[in-house]
Write a new protein. Structure first.
Length: 340
């Protein structure tokens, strides 16, 4: 049963080109029907949408304690992945986001897992409680298990040898093993020579950032393409100004993508002067790394608009399959079937 219908002159349904006039019917909080406007259920009123319909957009790397999440929902981003927050603040916000129509859907890793005194515990921006310190396999297992009741979507580890000590290989493998036993992937912040290789060898399957402190070897790039996801976060290096870190990250992402690696859009919101919207500089950097507009659409959207998909819709003013920067002008049409 369809209870809301949104109609636009065009929509992106997951292919290489736009579909023509399209109606999307919502059944509760999911997509219930997609088709031409003339075939929409006649008993349901239609809401006209100016622009081109897309699935809701996702930013795969944010820190919600440092931003206004509600503004992101206004600007087309319907889902956030928080990759490091203080548990007492973060988990209530995650729960609230499931029911509050003013907030994007927030999924989270919880606090960082790090070595005693490791990143980010010594950073000026890091509030108390943002990290759980682990120094051996038993403490690693206990830390992962302590997070399970909060339903994290991943476990985040910090492997930043430039900012302090890092956990050893045995402890890292324990994090990965206990997380995997409970159906969770591990996401790693890798910074410093050799840290991405360590993460890969331990079974980490999500990189929170495109590595920028070293050029990855061809063998490592090849290995990473077999099941590892790389979150972009290219614009944090200079915020529009050229830097060595940005150049290295672009070099790594370009090779990873060309080899068939899975890339996801992420901005690291909260880290410097980044817009509370889809970041046009991040999108342009993805294109510079070789992603086509269709690649970028897959990197920033969830499931295509089809029955059973989550009921989130975004609209953009121009064809994003030819002008991908149109994403930076996105607005939210609905979250969980409810108009934005």
């Amino acid at each position: 049963m369809v209870d809301r219908v949104f109609v636009a002159d065009a929509a992106w349904l997951g292919g290489d080109t736009l579909a023509g006039p399209t109606a999307v019917g919502m059944s509760g909080d999911t997509v219930g029907w997609v088709g031409p406007p003339a075939a929409a259920p006649p008993e349901v009123a239609q809401t006209r949408v100016d622009g081109i319909l897309l699935p809701g957009l996702t930013d795969h790397h944010v820190h919600t304690a440092l931003i206004d999440s509600a503004e992101l929902l206004t600007n087309g981003i319907t889902t956030l992945l928080d990759l490091g927050g203080v548990p007492d603040e973060l988990w209530p916000l995650v729960e609230r986001s499931r029911h509050d129509p003013r907030l994007p859907r927030i999924r989270a890793a919880g606090p960082f897992l790090t070595a005693p005194g490791g990143y980010p515990t010594r950073q000026a921006w890091a509030p108390p409680g943002i990290a759980l310190e682990i120094d051996d396999p038993p403490s690693a297992a206990a830390a992962v298990e302590s997070l399970l009741p909060y339903r994290p979507v991943t476990i985040k580890v910090a492997l930043n040898s430039e900012a302090g000590p890092v956990i050893d290989d045995v402890t890292l493998r324990t994090v990965v093993r206990v997380a995997a036993t409970n159906g969770l992937p591990v996401t790693a912040h890798t910074q410093g020579i050799g840290q991405t290789l360590r993460a890969y060898r331990a079974g980490v399957r999500i990189l929170a950032h495109t590595p920028w402190t070293e050029a990855l070897t061809d063998d490592l790039i090849d290995g990473l393409t077999r099941g590892t996801t790389m979150i972009s976060t290219l614009d944090i290096h200079g915020w529009g100004a050229p830097t060595d870190g940005r150049d290295t990250a672009l070099h790594n992402l370009r090779r990873f993508h060309a080899a068939g690696g899975r890339v996801r859009y992420g901005s690291d919101l909260g880290n410097g002067p980044l817009p509370l919207a889809v970041n046009a500089r991040e999108i342009a950097a993805l294109a510079e790394a070789g992603l086509t507009p269709i690649d970028v659409l897959h990197a920033i959207t969830g499931a295509p608009l089809r029955p059973g998909a989550v009921g989130d819709l975004t609209a953009v003013p121009a064809d994003p399959t030819t002008n991908i920067l149109a994403l930076s002008q996105a607005i939210t049409v609905c979250k969980a079937g409810h108009p934005g």
